[in-house]
Design a protein. Sequence first.
Length: 98
Amino acid sequence: SEQEYDAIDADIAALSAAFGNDDGSRAHFLGGIVRLVAHDFMDFDINNELIPMGSDGCIDMDHADNSGLPQDVWCDNGCPLTEVYNNGFSHISKADFW
């Protein structure tokens, strides 16, 4: 719902604001989200009828194409964005959350 996405936006804005005047860390965090989303949908393969991939909320951090993704933005446990998802939005897909 629109309210839910507004709540996600507010939580991410709060995480961003927590960086204070540290623009480098804020850019790393917000840029990391953009890169995470891009890497999620860039694996789409129109020629693969069985597993076309695409925006499915799955990221293989060990895959060579995903090397360099900031692993302190999204991880199994403890990363800020992961915590927001786990604590309030895990009922929606990761693809929709990202």
